[in-house]
Design a protein around this ligand. Structure first.
Ligand SMILES: Cc1cc2nc3c(=O)[nH]c(=O)nc-3n(C[C@H](O)[C@H](O)[C@H](O)COP(=O)(O)OP(=O)(O)OC[C@H]3O[C@@H](n4cnc5c(N)ncnc54)[C@H](O)[C@@H]3O)c2cc1C
Ligand SMILES: NC(=O)c1ccc[n+]([C@@H]2O[C@H](COP(=O)([O-])OP(=O)(O)OC[C@H]3O[C@@H](n4cnc5c(N)ncnc54)[C@H](O)[C@@H]3O)[C@@H](O)[C@H]2O)c1
Length: 456
């Protein structure tokens, strides 16, 4: 059995661990699919390239608001798909080739699972099994879409985020099971591509994990565009391919040509025979790691969606950086924290968030103040004719410590960073408003005004 200094399972964020500092040692990387993992091939990047294309489409549709004559001929889906995936597939292939060309990295293509402590078997595409072991092993095996049993057991076809973005043509009617991140982004994409969208979610609003004001505003906007079935559960899926009937728990039926399942993601640890390696998991299936990304098995680390409480690429990236340091510096370990992780939903309107929601402030019994300023109340919002966006900030009464910030509207994913930086460096609301200059009349004035409106 071949022994390596380092074995990395998963060439998504795991691939980031290997740099030239390993050049005098032997490293193995195992990947069953494309290099670049979920983010590059079927996640963040294609969805954002498509969401931006949808934004362009929508801009043309809204030209009249700005007294501009323009007519939308339509989104040429096959060309869009080709532009997006030609680039991404090439990037993934180059990523694999780079590793294959390396003289210190061995690439194993196949499905891996543990057979013992720091020992893995890889079933190759040809059915051949290869067993390897590592002095250190990093598990970066990610997650997969969760498919509820009524869909899985129906025998009828369905899509997940893994496949929908490569579909041949936008369906006339797209039903989306789940009303979270993926639903919000894919609904925007396929609505602008010409599909009629229905969304089904058991909660009373879409994006229910977001601040209640943001989720309520987004749900109101979505209600005008899509057919919403909230506080509804899936009972069963019937019909035939291309003519599906999504039967809900109140007996109502959503008819659709295509079903997209966007009901959360399951960490892949359950496919890895973790007990053979002595690796413990949480009840929800995530590999349990300490603050240094170490699992319960000596010499085995885990990172990203397979272990993280937050399934976000910037979190997986940070965990990869921390792990890369810790596997080479056992006497000088770096700790990971998940405080103040910003997040964004690239839907329409865009959403950015950092820190606590108002409901969390309330549930935690915090003494807080809140201010909400409409984008339509600042000059750049006038320029954009914005009628729905806002910035909401929550701060501790008395001290002005910023507890959370939530923006819905154009540029929200970029603007939220300002508040994330302030919170990370303990800059309170008064200092953040009064010390730096705020460019007039940039959209960021909505943040400054919300800070000033806080009755600290
Ligand atoms: C549609 C969508 C959009 C998203 N958009 C965003 C976004 O805008 N911003 C953001 O921050 N996050 C986004 N995410 C989340 C982000 O993609 C993930 O958090 C991130 O990619 C996780 O990285 P990872 O390295 O942990 O896992 P992955 O990238 O999934 O890598 C795991 C790799 O391990 C391989 N693997 C798994 N099991 C085995 C095995 N047994 N043998 C061999 N190989 C194996 C897999 O093939 C895969 O390549 C999105 C996710 C989705 C699905
Ligand atoms: N912009 C981004 O950063 C981005 C984009 C896409 C995905 N992601 C990541 O990927 C993860 C997965 O995305 P997601 O949208 O699948 O999950 P999600 O957790 O955001 O939303 C899932 C939704 O599905 C609902 N649901 C669960 N079971 C259901 C069922 N049986 N029927 C109907 N609805 C059901 C849940 O109530 C929830 O509202 C996200 O949590 C996020 O971490 C991030």
């Amino acid at each position: 059995m071949r022994r390596f200094d380092l074995v990395v399972l998963g060439a998504g964020s795991g691939n980031m661990l290997i740099d030239d500092s390993w050049a005098d040692r032997e490293v193995a990387i195992i990947e069953r699919s494309a290099f670049g993992g979920t983010c590059l091939n079927r996640g963040c990047i294609p969805s954002k390239m498509l969401a931006y294309t949808a934004d362009v489409t929508e801009t043309v549709e809204q030209a009249e608001t700005f007294d501009v004559d323009a007519r939308l001929e339509g989104m040429r889906w096959p060309d869009v798909r080709k532009r997006v995936f030609d680039r991404l597939d090439q990037t993934a292939a180059e990523g694999r080739q780079d590793r294959q060309d390396s003289d210190f990295v061995t690439v194993y293509t196949g499905v891996a699972r543990f057979t013992g402590p720091r020992r893995l078997v890889i079933e190759g595409e040809d059915g051949e099994n290869v067993e390897i072991e590592g002095d250190q092993v990093v598990v970066a095996a990610g997650g997969r879409p969760t498919v509820p049993p009524p869909v899985r057991d129906s025998g009828l076809p369905y899509h997940t985020s893994d496949t929908i973005m490569r579909i041949d043509a936008p369906p006339r009617r797209l039903a989306v099971l789940g009303g979270g991140y993926i639903a919000a982004e894919q609904a925007h994409i396929f609505h602008e591509a010409g599909s009629e969208i229905s969304i089904i979610d058991p909660h009373d609003r879409l994006l229910h994990g977001h601040d209640e004001a943001v989720a309520a505003r987004y749900t109101d906007i979505a209600r005008d565009l899509y057919d919403l079935h909230l506080e509804r559960r899936l009972e069963r899926l019937e019909g035939e391919p291309g003519a599906l009937r999504v039967v809900l728990d109140d007996g109502s039926v959503v008819e659709a040509d295509v079903l997209l399942v966007a009901a959360g993601r399951t960490p892949n640890g359950d496919e890895l025979d973790l007990t053979a390696a002595g690796i413990d998991t949480h009840d929800d299936g995530r590999i349990a790691v300490d603050e240094f990304q170490r699992t319960s098995a000596s010499g085995v680390f885990a990172l990203g969606d397979v272990s993280s409480p937050l399934q976000l690429k910037h979190v997986a990236n940070r965990e990869a950086e921390v792990t890369a340091h810790n596997i080479t510096h056992p006497d000088d370990l770096r700790a990971m924290d998940h405080d103040l992780v910003p997040s964004a939903v690239f839907t329409d309107p865009q959403i950015g968030a950092v820190g606590r929601t108002e409901q969390q402030c309330r549930d935690d019994g915090l003494d807080y103040v809140s201010a909400q300023v409409a984008m339509g109340d600042v000059a750049f919002g006038w320029a954009m004719e914005d009628t729905t966006g806002f910035c909401k900030i929550l701060a501790e009464r008395g001290t002005g410590r910023i507890l959370g910030a939530h923006i819905i509207g154009s540029q929200a994913p970029a603007m939220i960073h300002l508040l994330g930086v302030a919170m990370t460096f303990d800059i309170d609301a008064t200092a953040l408003s009064s010390r730096p200059y705020w460019i007039h009349p940039a959209l960021t004035e909505v943040i400054d005004n919300a800070l000033r409106d806080l009755a600290i």
